[in-house]
Design a binder for this molecule. Sequence first.
Ligand SMILES: [Zn+2]
Ligand SMILES: [Zn+2]
Length: 145
Amino acid sequence: MNCPRCNTELRSENYKGIEVDRCPQCQGMWLDYGELDQLEDIVLDKDEIKGTMIFSSFQGKLPCPKCGAAMQRFNYRAYDLELDFCERGHGTWLDAGEEKGVLELMGQRIKDLKRKGKAEAEWGNFLRKLRSPSFFDKVKGLFRR
Ligand SMILES: [Zn+2]
Ligand SMILES: [Zn+2]
C-alpha cells in the first residue's frame, strides 16, 4: 500500500499495540477498518459514550490506499478534527500527529463526561431536596402570611 498523500510505500509498525501502516515520509498513518476503534479503546473503551464517529462527511481528495477510491472526509466525533475514511469500509487515514489528536479528544471526552456526571449528580441532589416534605414546608412557610 502506498501513502495517499505522498505515494511513499507504507510500512507496518506497532503503535501502542495496534498494527498500523505508517508513511516513513510524511508520518501519516493508515488504520484498517476497526483499528480506529482500537486506538480509541486505549483511552476510552466504552462505545456507548464515545458519541457518533462520523459527524457529517463530504467528498475528500485522498485516494484509499487499498482500493484507490476517493475517500470521504469527516468530522471525527463532532470534534474539530477532520479525518478521511474509505466508504467501502477499508479504513481511515490519519495525517501526521492526528493519532495523538484522537487520543487527546478521547481523554477530553472522559473529562467532559465526568463533569457532566457531577453536574447531574448535583442536580439530582437538588431535586431530592425539593421532593423532601421538610423542604416544601420551608418553602410554603416563606409564603405563609
Ligand atoms: Zn506520506
Ligand atoms: Zn477503499
